[in-house]
Design a protein around this ligand. Structure first.
Ligand SMILES: Cc1ncc(C[n+]2csc(CCOP(=O)(O)OP(=O)(O)O)c2C)c(N)n1
Ligand SMILES: [Mg+2]
Length: 380
């Protein structure tokens, strides 16, 4: 098999504004471009394990939701290659990551412990935000993983600002901001793209194009041919990548991130992927109201985890069924332990609602605090 070694090869393979998504590995595991040398079986197994962890995390958290132990969840199943490929393409705990609500697998890829993510979902005393964020809106201070917002695209202007700060400070950090295809219709998205482009800010914009914004298909979202072409208007390169090929995502995002880090200004990467699960637990996907099962099944057949397994088999280091089952059992065991530990820590007292924002509580909040105390039976 051909292997690409030096950077000279990459420059030719990774070009912006391609008609088709850049892909290194086909669904059956056959490389379609020379596989860069760093994709050893050991690295591929690490990527595979993280992706499997993401998949099983979704599965277990849906169970917790059905048990009433958390109240909101959005699966990233089917999108693991996009999130892990991106996480491994940047400098974790160094670069700043403004994710969005579906980025739990990106968090895992950055090294955020499952315990941190689980604590957030449960809103227990072990949650860094002490239950004051909506469940499934993750953050991790030690990982520069900024708290996700529910308001679509609202992370994009502050991410451009974070990149401008990095430019003024002259650090070698960059800012990475992720968003869905639907987010690109928001004014905030255009404001952030424009500002970063005009200021030459070191910001990597990554679109996790899963083709649906709840029940709105990408074809109804924009009249543009795709998302990455929009980069041209903001004076930055737009890369188009097969978001179910973890090698392609990692290569393209790394190439784009290092280009940004070198002071060339921002870049956009569009990862073409698919959400195989429902949008969230408040979605009518199960009623087949907006997309066909045939479409979902077609994408289930392009599973990003299976693709890495096929590649490992092609490279002569297959993961056996027993080994895979063992990995899943170990992930489940860890999640079960983490859930029990987070629950055992108890839940924050209602009083914390009034803490950490104002040094002097304004009158209207003081009144609400009094009312709530009375409702709680007058507890001090
Ligand atoms: C400003 C705003 N408008 C509408 C919503 C309701 N909403 C929540 S998720 C979502 C779809 C977003 O789709 P996309 O950006 O493609 O991300 P995905 O959920 O597919 O990952 C919408 C419209 C919202 N949260 N915020
Ligand atoms: Mg979407």
């Amino acid at each position: 098999m051909a292997r690409a070694s030096g950077k000279e090869g990459l420059g030719q393979m990774i070009q912006p504004f391609t008609a088709d998504p850049i892909r290194f590995v086909a669904e059956d595991g056959q490389p379609v471009l020379p596989l860069p040398e760093r994709y050893t079986p050991a690295l591929l197994r690490e990527l595979h394990h993280l992706m499997l962890q993401g998949r099983e995390f979704d599965r277990k958290l849906i169970t917790l939701l059905r048990q009433g132990r958390t109240s909101f969840y959005s699966q990233a199943s089917g999108m693991e290659a996009t999130q892990i490929g991106l996480a491994k393409a940047i400098r974790a705990r160094h670069d700043w990551v403004w994710g969005y609500y579906r980025d739990q697998v990106l968090g895992l890829g950055l090294g955020v412990p499952m315990f941190t993510l689980i604590s957030q979902c449960l809103g227990s005393n072990t949650d860094e935000c002490r239950g004051r964020q909506m469940p499934h809106h993750f953050s991790a201070r030690d990982y520069n993983f900024v708290s996700a917002s529910s308001s679509i695209a609202s992370q994009v202007p502050p991410a451009a600002g974070s990149a401008m700060a990095q430019k003024y400070l002259g650090t070698d950090e960059i800012t990475v901001v992720t968003f869905g295809d639907g987010a690109t219709s928001e004014g905030d998205w255009h404001a952030g793209m424009n500002m970063a482009g005009a200021m030459g800010a070191p910001c990597l914009f990554v679109c996790e194009n899963n083709q649906w914004a709840i029940s709105t298909h990408i074809r109804h979202q924009t009249a543009s041919e795709n998302i990455h072409v929009k980069a041209r208007a903001y004076g930055m390169p737009g890369f188009y990548v097969d978001g179910n090929d973890v090698v392609a995502v990692m290569e393209v995002c790394h190439h784009a991130a290092e280009w940004v880090r070198a002071g060339n200004g921002p870049a956009l990467v569009e990862c073409l992927t698919y959400r195989v699960g429902s949008h969230s637990n408040a979605d009518a996907d199960a009623e087949k109201s907006y997309r066909t099962r045939d479409e979902v099944n077609e994408w289930l057949g392009r599973d990003p985890i299976q693709r890495v397994e096929n590649l490992l088999e092609y490279l002569g280091d297959p993961i056996s069924a027993e080994e895979r089952a063992g990995m899943i059992a170990a992930i489940h065991k860890q999640i079960d332990e983490d859930v029990l530990r987070a629950e055992a820590a108890g839940y924050p007292d209602w009083r914390i609602m009034f803490e950490d924002v104002y040094s002097d509580l304004p009158d209207h909040l003081r009144q609400q605090e009094v009312m709530l105390r009375e409702e709680q039976g007058g507890q001090a």
